[in-house]
Design a protein around this ligand. Structure first.
Ligand code: FES
Ligand SMILES: [Fe+2]
Length: 426
């Protein structure tokens, strides 16, 4: 990800003074807020609320390694300028680069039809390999252009052969007299290919060149093997951000992961991003094989100077997760995700992810481990998908967001998603 921040910088700090500031802070927090699993459900809300006053909240990462100040009003909703808007009725902001296809989905000469928030879009790879994206509708009778034909560098509608160039201009109507003016064409979208994905700038075209373009360094790093995640999930994109950011939901994965105690370490935030650090401790059972293949053997915490670190960040509209073994300067796991609303109401998203795993030093071993890693991550994702779809169903039934959010990280995250989003048009 193109970050102005920090996990890497943060690791530099860890190297210089490994873990000491975090450990002392974590130990203080851990005793206050430690949803031990199994049994997290036994932690009463009132107990948990008392504990929340100890969360570390840091603005812009400026003092991220210092001990957090107690937060007095933590059980109150975090005030936010846009707090009056229902998050689940907030549309994703279109002025960003969004992947709308995998590279392999778009073959030369075969138009690929997709959608962004209810807008049909066709992606074309021409005979020479040039990519372009247009509204997926013919200006003539509004049928999808994705049902048409690629002819050289042009796209022909399959009905009467009106023909469009890469900008969306109509450049030919076969039965139109030469002296007649050609009709208006359709909208063209800026389009780029990177990291095995095809990105489209879905908003105001004049902002495309200045908008941050997501860079995922691990994808091109030969020390990592990357799995492209590509799934449809029947929920608003905000449930996906919350699901990944709130590591207290490890209880959901208890059958696959065993007993894990989540320890929140620190929160950092800016106007359009929020980032949280966690570490974990196994409370029950052995480390599952799939997890061991992904992140290596979990660090034995015989003393408090060695802890693994997970950092999860929503950098609107993208989300990343990185996991470092104690003492390591390179993440074992680096995940980049984005959740593309498909329908106009934004109750379905297409999740694109790049999950990069650092290969062990034994040559070829990562490829042998890959099927287990895929099986394990598919299992985790299936549990997550089921639960976020349940959340969406509850919202649909209730017609409004009834959630009682008590976790400051998620309160902050909700503020970012609301403030950076747009109202959903009916
Ligand atoms: S509908 Fe496309 S050419 Fe007529
Ligand atoms: Fe999960």
């Amino acid at each position: 990800m193109q970050n102005n921040i920090q996990p890497e910088n943060k690791v530099q700090q860890h190297r210089a003074n490994p873990w000491r500031p975090i450990i002392s802070m974590a130990t203080a927090i851990e005793n206050r807020y430690a949803p031990a699993y199994p049994g997290a459900c036994e932690v009463g809300v009132s107990k948990r609320r008392r504990s929340l006053g100890r969360y570390g909240l840091t603005k812009s990462g400026a003092s991220k390694m210092s001990l957090p100040e107690p937060v007095e009003t933590i059980t109150q909703p975090v005030p936010h300028a846009s707090a009056t808007r229902d998050l689940r009725k907030t549309g994703i902001h279109p002025d960003h680069w969004y992947p709308l296809a995998r590279s392999r989905d778009v073959k030369r000469g075969k138009p690929f039809g997709t959608q962004f928030a209810g807008d049909p879009i066709v992606i074309v790879r021409t005979t020479s390999g040039t990519l372009f994206a247009l509204e997926d509708r013919c200006a003539h009778r509004q049928v999808p252009l994705s049902g048409g034909t690629v002819e050289g560098e042009l796209l022909q509608c399959g009905y009467h052969c009106w023909t469009y160039d890469a900008s969306g201009a109509c450049v030919s109507v076969p039965y139109l007299d030469k002296e007649r003016t050609l009709p208006n064409g359709v909208r063209g979208y800026p389009c780029r290919e990177a990291s095995g994905l095809i990105f489209v700038f879905t908003g105001d075209e004049s902002k495309a060149s200045s908008a941050k373009f997501p860079i995922v360094p691990a994808y091109a790093d030969r020390r990592y093997k990357t799995r492209v995640l590509d799934r449809r999930v029947a929920c608003h994109y905000s449930f996906m951000h919350e699901n990944l950011m709130d590591m207290n939901h490890q209880f959901l994965h208890r059958r696959l992961m065993g007993g894990i105690k989540t320890v929140f370490l620190e929160l950092r935030e800016g106007d359009d991003w929020v980032e949280a650090d966690y570490t974990f401790r196994r409370t029950r059972g052995k480390q599952p094989l799939g997890e061991k293949f992904m992140i290596g053997r979990a660090t034995k915490q015989t003393d408090d100077t060695q802890r693994d670190l997970m950092t999860i960040r929503t950098d609107y509209p993208y989300q990343t997760l990185k996991f470092w073994k104690a003492g390591s300067t390179e993440p074992e796991l680096s995940l980049w995700n984005v959740y593309i609303p498909i329908d106009r109401e934004q109750r379905i998203n297409h999740t694109y992810g790049l999950m990069s795993i650092r290969a062990p030093s034994v040559p070829g071993l990562i490829h042998l481990m890959w099927p287990f890693i895929a099986w394990f991550t598919d299992g985790i994702f299936a549990e997550d998908r089921h639960i976020v779809e349940q959340e969406q169903k509850a919202f649909d039934r209730q017609g409004a967001d009834w959630n009682q959010e008590i976790f400051p990280i998620i309160q902050k995250l909700r503020g970012v998603l609301i403030s950076q989003g747009v109202p959903i048009e009916n």
